[in-house]
Design a protein around this ligand. Structure first.
Ligand SMILES: [Zn+2]
Length: 302
């Protein structure tokens, strides 16, 4: 890390390569001819606009040196399970937990790709397994120990070799709701076989352009043993998700931010076989320069 990115200039040069892979082009007029100013801004030769490499990215107006951001991205991507806000605060020596928390949330925003590829389809797997699971548990301290379990819809590829491929996750409106169908049609390529349990609503899939396979559940319940037999792929994803949230996040999960934790899990899961950790670092930074700034007030607002 230190050899590659000894100072902020090295970081800016790296980001410039990610942001303008074909060379600089002015965000206002599209012209490529420009000068570099003393403050390392790019000044358009046509219209005179000055642009910094971080303007309009998640690093926009950050007062922290870019090399510290790069260190955070490296911590997030180099460890299999990522890093908690507390862990980031300890390692980078931030004054407050809130700063570390906000940084992780900014990075999570960059883990979502606006133009995500559909799973399944010709380049993916022939079958996608679709099911729901729960995340969360009893709320400590709440009167009566109210349950804050949240239903999560899981769609995971099953490759021709029988392995699990890429995953997509969503916080569901309610258990077994029709939003499962809507989610499936948004994330799965048409023509892909969708495998579900025997619930009636899934019989709509052929009419929507998806061949459908059902494994009826004998008990028609959400009991653990039953789900494992009926929907092994989503069941495995669900246990990994639970283990990750428990181990990395120490249950500091807020429901309002849950979709972004799901994004981080998805980012990691879909790259779990990547041999080079550096590839995750590269991808996350590549997506970070392509992600709008998220001021702290927006993050807290959910
Ligand atoms: Zn211009």
């Amino acid at each position: 890390m230190r050899e590659w990115f000894p100072d902020d200039q090295a970081c800016r040069d790296y980001l410039a390569g990610l942001r303008w892979p074909e060379g600089f082009s002015c965000p206002a007029c599209g012209s490529g001819s420009h000068w570099r100013t003393a403050k390392d801004l790019r000044m358009c030769a046509e219209c005179g606009l000055k642009t910094s490499v971080t303007a309009g990215t998640i690093f926009h107006r950050s007062h922290t040196p870019l090399s510290t951001w790069f260190a955070a991205v490296w911590l997030v991507t180099s460890q299999k399970n990522g890093v908690s806000a507390q862990g980031l605060q300890d390692v980078l020596g931030f004054g407050s937990y809130e700063t570390a928390w906000a940084w992780l949330h900014k990075l999570r925003r960059a883990m979502v790709r606006p133009e995500r590829d559909l799973i399944g389809g010709q380049d993916g797997a022939p079958v996608v397994e679709l099911d729901q699971s729960f995340l969360g548990g009893k709320t400590a301290g709440q009167a009566g120990g109210g349950s804050d379990k949240v239903p999560i819809t899981i769609a995971v590829e099953r490759t021709a070799a029988g392995r699990l491929g890429r995953v997509r996750l969503e916080v569901a409106d309610k258990v077994g709701g029709l939003d499962m169908i809507e989610f499936a049609t948004q994330v799965i390529a048409p023509g892909t076989t969708i495998h579900t349990d025997g619930a009636r609503m899934f019989q709509r899939f052929p009419g929507l352009g998806y061949p459908h396979e059902a494994t009826p559940s004998t008990k028609n319940s959400y009991a653990v043993e039953d789900r494992d037999a009926v929907m092994p792929g989503p069941h495995l994803v669900s246990s990994l998700l639970k283990r990750w949230t428990a181990g990395t996040l120490h249950y500091r999960l807020s429901q309002a931010h849950l979709p972004y934790y799901l994004d981080e899990f998805t980012f990691r899961f879909n790259r779990r076989n990547s041999r080079a950790r550096g590839m995750l670092f590269y991808r996350l930074l590549q997506q970070a320069v392509d992600t709008d700034p998220h001021p702290l007030k927006d993050l807290i607002g959910g």
